[in-house]
Design a protein around this ligand. Structure first.
Ligand code: GLC
Length: 500
């Protein structure tokens, strides 16, 4: 299956490439850069939301699920993009946002209009008084209450995120049917699948119990019972059946934003719920061999025969290189790790260039969730404005003069060429894209594992230590991140090995 074997590349459309000249990326800009993505060697792209939106949460507040915002170029631009992507062998995933809509979505406007509106039950309305919320759930982004009082109709509505993002009521069969229609609309158009936004939240305990007063580790999204409700699994089985009825390996990767792999794995069901689920537990793992060894062992133990995913960066989190203190050597070694572990890797646009988060001055902060830094625009060329027609909507990431596509494509020793070489090795090797994983004993600060398929093995060695580490006898380096020859692996470096 392509979604097990391939590597997925996340495009944050506002920050990728701008053709219209308004400083915000768009689909024509992306289409003009598909050549780059095919050259890089990824298998699929996932686009963060491109639908009409007031942009209170930069597109995760959707006002129409079956159209494309004019800012991004409209439906025709999408059809052209999809056709060109497919012609280049690139699959396309859209971001399906099932838990909530914009408060400007016609469904919510109608729901809000009156208590006896035919769409009242499409959202989660509750009785109460203005001074008494239905429960103590906090909202994301700032931690205010997850309930907003509607003066006109004198009820509360639930919003797990901003007040501009009311939660849909998946207990209402008409909502299920409407959201199925959304999936069909895009599947009929030819998309290869979806990344499903906070999909673990669609089922909710009808009792809506208070959460414990003590803060729960990992934040508001992880409250078992409130946010890990068993009813969600039945809903996901329905979605899976819909996708699997289409020809051509359509898939859904769900954002299951729970803190532990053991909580996330059940969302794959018995291979009858999500095809894949994001596992963000790796984001907090420190740069230490022992910690990574534990992490890999945990994933193997918990997932068993199920297929993991690996995510080191996305549009919600500080970039991996920023988290690693800015070191390019570490970012390179991390790329080798990401792309050779067992599972589907998700590369976030710019990770292949070793980008860091932009430093965003207070007067340019625009995201209510504090995530502007990792959403900085991609620099395409060395000279300002770096391949954009005008200065883009957010500040540049550090050192755009050297960390850009043009400069790194011209330099065979660049991080970009390294990532391309790893992707190529991965595609050519069944051990890497489909094989099993076994941790190996290794000296000191080295993480070592073996990937094996029927007639083939590969080994990954990552040296987390401050000293050189000797590579094992009998193995030769197919790719190494330190650019060296010989048997000594540099500190903060990795090697992909094959039998000599
Ligand atoms: C997900 C998205 C994030 C968004 C939130 C609400 O976590 O990745 O960007 O703000 O859901 O839709």
């Amino acid at each position: 299956m392509w979604w097990r074997e391939g590597a997925v590349y996340q495009v944050y459309p506002r920050s990728f490439a701008d053709a219209s000249g308004d400083g915000i990326g768009d689909l024509e800009g992306l289409r003009a850069r598909l050549e780059y993505l095919a050259w890089l060697g990824v298998d699929a792209i996932w686009l963060s939301p491109i639908f009409p939106s007031p942009m209170a949460d930069f597109g995760y507040d959707v006002a129409d699920f079956t159209d494309v915002d004019p800012l991004f170029g409209g439906l025709d631009a999408f059809d052209a993009l999809l056709a060109d992507a497919h012609a280049r062998g690139l699959r396309v995933l859209l971001d399906w946002v099932p838990n909530h809509t914009s408060d400007r979505h016609p469904w919510f406007l109608e729901s809000r209009a009156a208590r006896d509106s035919s769409k009242r039950n499409w959202y989660r309305w509750r009785d109460g008084t203005p001074d008494r919320r239905p429960n103590n759930w906090p909202a994301a982004f700032g931690g205010g209450p997850a309930w907003t009082w509607d003066e006109a109709t004198e009820q509360w509505y639930l919003h797990t995120f901003l007040p501009e993002q009311p939660d849909l009521n998946w207990d209402e069969p008409e909502v299920v049917a409407a959201m199925y229609d959304v999936l069909r609309f895009w599947l009929d158009r030819g998309v290869d699948g979806f990344r499903a936004d906070v999909v673990h939240l669609i089922g909710k305990d009808p009792e809506m119990p208070d959460i414990p007063a003590e803060p729960v580790a990992g934040g508001h999204l992880t409250v078992v019972g409130a946010h890990d409700y068993e009813g969600t699994h039945e809903l996901l089985r329905g979605v899976r059946a819909l996708l699997d009825a289409y020809p051509g390996q359509r898939m859904m990767v769900g954002e299951v934003n729970l803190t532990e792999t053991a909580l996330i794995a059940p969302y794959l069901g018995s291979d009858d719920e999500l095809h894949l689920a994001f596992d963000f537990a790796s984001l907090g793992v420190p740069w230490e061999a022992a910690a990574w060894r534990r992490r890999v062992a945990d994933v193997e133990d918990i997932m068993g025969p199920r297929w993991p995913t690996w995510v080191f960066s996305n549009h919600d989190q500080p970039r991996i290189r920023t988290r690693l203190g800015g070191s390019e050597a570490r970012a390179r070694a991390a790329a080798l790790l990401l792309l050779t572990l067992r599972g589907t890797p998700f590369l976030y646009a710019g990770e292949e260039l070793g980008l860091e988060d932009a430093v965003v001055p207070p007067e340019r902060v625009i995201d209510p969730g504090g995530r502007d830094g990792c959403r900085a625009p991609l620099p395409w060329t060395a000279a300002p404005p770096h391949g954009w027609p005008v200065e883009p909507w957010l500040p540049w990431p550090p050192e755009p003069g050297s960390r850009n596509v043009e400069a790194q494509r011209a330099d065979p020793g660049s991080m970009l060429h390294l990532v391309r070489a790893i992707l190529r090795a991965r595609r050519a090797s069944p051990a890497l894209h489909a094989g099993s994983l076994a941790l190996l004993d290794a000296p000191g600060e080295v993480l070592a594992f073996e990937r094996a398929a029927e007639r083939e093995t590969r080994r990954t060695w990552i040296n987390f230590g401050a000293d050189e580490a000797a590579l094992p006898a009998g193995w030769t380096a197919e790719v190494r991140t330190d650019g060296r020859d010989g048997r000594a692996l540099a500190p903060d470096a990795g090697a992909l090995l094959r039998p000599a």
